[in-house]
Design a protein around this ligand. Structure first.
Ligand code: CP
Length: 285
């Protein structure tokens, strides 16, 4: 049987052969497998998980929501149950809803890694950010890091604020008051970018998440860039200042384009994303 397009392509004896094979005990050497379920767009997180899994010899099931049975009305619950029925070992989930990965684990009972849930958490980004910082600084207690920009919509900020502080880093913030969560306390708030540039070791800029904004939270993008965007002159003014950004970047809004400095760590964050996610899969699976 070269191909199977119809039930008329398979003979009775071939049906029996297939059924016998299905009943054979499976080899203990069977490869691990994971599902990549990205209900929201992603480049870095999704592809780094995929590369990490492939480096480890793990099978990857890449779920594409727009071409899946979701478009026929299938529910989130049934989608997750379907992956569990495949017998896979882990789910990697990104979703616009907070707690989607927790719910997926409740439904499936299998190992689940949150690749970003709404404004809530992005734990693997926090891990790779801390890993990147540790490559440049021996003593985390001496680091002053400022998170700049759209904290209101940022799961990266929500993860890093507490995670980096837990490891001894002094974390502060700078943002328009409309982009700071109302319940956020315990962090120094800078009044302007000059005090950040003069007093911090690391500036972590965030993406202005225009797709999540329902109200006009800033007067204009040009004005936002003027007061909060990272510019080349900041590297010159503070020769020990490092720049981080989780990506994707809005150029000339979050940061200037054409920044030239070995203290721009954005590409290194991406590279470390593969290392950290590979280590995490190895550890968890
Ligand atoms: N930092 C981050 O989560 O990027 P992606 O949206 O490209 O995955």
């Amino acid at each position: 049987m070269k191909s199977l397009h119809s039930v008329f392509d398979i003979s009775d004896s071939q049906v029996k052969d297939v059924f016998d094979l299905a009943d054979l005990p499976k080899s203990k050497q069977i490869r691990k497998s994971l599902g990549l379920l990205f209900f929201e767009p992603s480049t870095r997180t999704k592809l780094s998980f995929e590369l990490a899994a492939k480096n480890l010899g793990i099978n990857v099931l890449d779920f594409n929501p727009s071409s899946s049975s979701l478009s026929k009305g299938e529910t989130f619950r049934d989608t997750i149950s379907t992956f569990a029925s495949f017998g896979i070992d882990a789910l990697i989930i990104r979703h616009k809803s907070t707690q989607a990965s927790t719910l997926a684990e409740k439904i499936s009972g299998i190992t689940t890694i949150n690749a970003g849930d709404g404004r809530n958490q992005h734990p693997t980004q926090a891990l790779l950010d801390l890993y990147t910082i540790k490559k440049y600084f021996n003593n985390l207690n001496q680091i002053r890091l400022c998170i700049v920009g759209d904290l209101l919509h940022s799961r990266v900020a929500n993860s890093n604020l507490h995670f980096l502080k837990r490891f001894g880093i002094e974390v502060s913030i700078l943002a328009p008051s409309t982009l700071i969560p109302k319940n956020l306390t315990g962090f120094k708030v800078h009044s302007d970018i000059n005090s950040v540039i003069d007093n911090c070791n690391i500036v972590m800029c965030l993406r202005l998440q225009q797709e999540r904004m329902t109200d006009a939270l800033i007067p204009s993008k040009a004005e936002y860039f003027k007061y909060y965007g990272f510019k080349q002159e900041y590297f010159n003014r503070n020769k020990e200042l490092f720049l981080m950004h989780p990506g994707p970047v809005n150029y000339n809004i979050d940061i200037a384009d054409n920044l030239q400095s070995e203290r721009n760590l954005i590409n290194e964050q991406v590279a470390n994303g593969v290392k950290i996610r590979q280590a995490l899969l190895e550890y968890m699976l």
